[in-house]
Design a protein. Structure first.
Length: 147
């Protein structure tokens, strides 16, 4: 199974102790291993960008070249509804998970927190001929009205 959790935000004070001596044994600087990707994953970048657009911090048109198909229209509709706009606490990505259904496609989800609210964001990324990732679908869980 290719389902992966990529990160989890910890609350302040719950972090494990950090080594304060930055010297490495033998004086050799640390270099990334061959299998380690450098830089953030596409799922992390897109989750942050989508949250900024859906919360009103960035305009929708900044995602125009990063979307394909109906995803831009859906993103514009969600941004217009303002479901992630809050008074006070800014929405942040709490954690991200993804599933790789085939090579060149990623289905991802993110938990978005703003104060005591928690929302779910799902999106699909596909890699084009130019090797750039583009969002092809986006969904945001709408809270149910109280009964």
């Amino acid at each position: 199974m290719n389902k992966v959790m990529t990160r989890t935000r910890r609350t302040p004070g719950s972090r494990p102790p950090v080594r304060h001596d930055t010297r490495r044994p033998g004086g050799a600087p640390r270099t990334p291993s061959r299998g380690t990707p450098s830089g953030p994953r596409p799922t992390d970048l897109f989750a942050e960008r989508l949250v900024e657009v859906l919360s009103g911090r960035r305009p929708v048109h900044c995602m125009l070249r990063h979307t394909a198909g109906r995803a831009y229209d859906e993103l514009a509709r969600l941004a217009e509804r303002g479901l992630l706009r809050t008074h006070g606490t800014r929405p942040v990505v709490r954690d991200i998970g993804y599933y790789v259904p085939r090579s060149g496609a990623i289905e991802a989800f993110a938990r978005i927190g703003a104060g005591d609210q928690l929302r779910a964001l799902a999106f699909r990324l596909e890699q084009g001929q130019d090797l750039r990732w583009r969002c092809t679908a986006v969904e945001l869980a709408v809270p149910r009205p109280p009964t």
